[in-house]
Design a protein around this ligand. Structure first.
Ligand code: DAH
Length: 338
């Protein structure tokens, strides 16, 4: 029996427990009711008394060894199993960032402009991109042979229908359908037959604004646009008005803002003039009011129109207009805003 015990001891030592199933195999072979150790305990009952002390001690020693090895293996493999089932994840760590998308820079500018005018009581209005001659040209006092009607600038669909060349067409639709006082801001996409380059595209975005009421003056126009520019670009920015010409306004002006980059010192962006052209504006021509059914004797109004791409280029210092339309998310996701 002594020999058997020594042999069992060696077997216990050599038994390799590599994974979970081996733990159970080990228990079945050595420690279970029908295992090798129990067999020896049975045999021990028949051992002569004088040998009981020595063999009993040895038997207990081997049993303890088996027990200990099994317990250690159990601990090791059960812990491993737990860790695997959790995939080593620390659930207290913050969640990984997922890319949630971002608003297009042109939409950010558009929304900022709308918000500023909303504070002044301007409503939001839209009109169709496919427009008739009346709303895009005739009602806006464009003479029949005006160059803007030319095939070079306008995408005609038929003789009378074209893709709108400006958002001023929405003014006409609004004036036809509403009675003064009218205060509205009208953003939208416009189309022109231009060669595509860093500074021009065949479509772009504008925001049109009108204010019509009794006794609206050029002073109201200046103050409204001055407030708007300071809200958009900050209090340091200055404005100036230059006389200009548009068929639908009289008098007409173009508004410049002081250069955002050089702050008046002169740089490449402002072509060393320290001013940047930002929008066109003027008092609505009485002919335009009349064409839309508004009495020019009673009402007057101002209008303005600006390009969203132009504002975005100045605000974000983007040099190539085309980058707004390639929709490369690496470019677009840099801009933050609503
Ligand atoms: N419609 C003009 C353009 O396409 C912009 C503009 C100028 C709009 C003066 C206006 C205005 O309402 O008063 O460039």
């Amino acid at each position: 029996m002594k020999e058997q015990l020594e042999k069992l001891k060696n077997q216990i030592e050599e038994f390799e427990i590599k994974h979970n199933e081996h733990v159970e195999l080990f228990r079945l072979k050595f420690l279970a009711k029908k295992g090798d150790l129990n067999d020896l305990f049975e045999q021990f009952k028949t051992v002569p008394v004088e040998m009981k002390k020595e063999l009993g001690a040895l038997l207990n020693q081997v049993k303890q060894k088996a027990q200990q090895k099994w317990e250690e293996a159990q601990l090791e493999h059960i812990q491993n199993k737990k860790q695997k089932s959790q995939g080593n994840t620390d659930f207290t760590l913050p969640a990984e960032n997922t890319f949630g998308g971002s608003r297009h820079p042109l939409s950010i500018i558009e929304n900022e402009v709308i918000e500023i005018f909303k504070k002044l009581g301007f409503i939001y209005a839209e009109g169709p991109e496919i427009e008739d001659d009346w709303h895009n040209f005739s009602a806006l006092n464009f003479p029949p042979n005006h160059p803007a009607r030319d095939m070079q600038d306008t995408f005609f669909i038929s003789e009378d229908i074209a893709l709108r060349t400006h958002t001023s067409s929405v003014q006409v639709r609004l004036m036809e359908n509403q009675k003064p006082p009218i205060r509205a801001i009208m953003p939208g996409r416009v189309y022109r037959n231009e060669a595509i380059s860093a500074r021009a595209n065949c479509f772009f975005h504008q925001i049109e604004g009108i204010y019509i009421d009794e006794k609206v003056s050029f002073a109201d126009l200046k103050q409204t646009l001055f407030y708007f520019i300071q809200e958009l670009f900050g209090q340091d920015v200055n404005v100036r008005f230059r006389p200009s010409y548009f068929p639908f306004t009289e008098p007409s002006a173009e508004m410049d803002i002081s250069c955002l980059l050089c702050k008046g010192k002169g740089c490449n962006v402002c072509k060393h003039t320290s001013w940047l052209e930002i929008l066109g504006c003027g008092m609505i021509d009485p002919n335009v009011l009349k064409a839309s059914g508004i009495d020019p004797e009673k009402y007057s109004g101002f209008a303005f129109g600006m390009g969203i791409e132009r504002i975005a280029m100045l605000k974000y210092e983007v040099k190539d207009l085309r980058t707004y339309f390639t929709n490369d998310t690496r470019f677009i996701s840099q801009f933050k805003g609503q």
